[in-house]
Design a protein around this ligand. Structure first.
Ligand SMILES: [Zn+2]
Length: 124
């Protein structure tokens, strides 16, 4: 048998296809696992949200109209009614620059705003 040549290996169409399909299979399996985990988390969040809404609406006598109004208000916080939740930047009290929620500190003066609540600790 001749010495193994890496360049021949990649020039051989069947081997390249086998290698590509093997990589693709692993990628597909990884994506299926990720999708499955995301679906599981989505379902748990949906159930928790439904439970919270039912409790709040019963205890606080809120209507579907109140909920819809608040959903639109939250969606508009970044200036766009687009169904995407994005935290608006905050204004730096030291230098008036806008502080991106992504960086969690002012890039101009280094000021670090205090976290306001549990949702400020969550990644965007
Ligand atoms: Zn600043």
């Amino acid at each position: 048998m001749d010495d193994f040549d890496l360049f021949d290996f990649f020039r051989e169409p069947n081997l390249v296809n086998d290698f590509t399909s093997l990589k693709q299979t692993s990628m597909n399996e990884a994506m299926e696992m990720t999708n499955s985990k995301l679906q599981e988390r989505y379902n748990m969040l949906l159930i928790a949200t439904q439970a919270m809404w039912e409790l709040f609406s019963e205890k606080l006598e809120l209507s579907e109209k109140d909920l819809a109004k608040r959903i639109i208000e939250i969606d508009l916080r970044d200036g766009k009614l687009d169904g995407v939740y994005k935290k608006a930047p905050v204004q730096c009290p030291n230098c008036d620059a806008k502080i991106s929620r992504e960086f969690k500190r002012c890039l101009f003066c280094g000021y670090m705003p205090k976290e306001q609540g549990v949702f400020d600790k969550m990644p965007l």
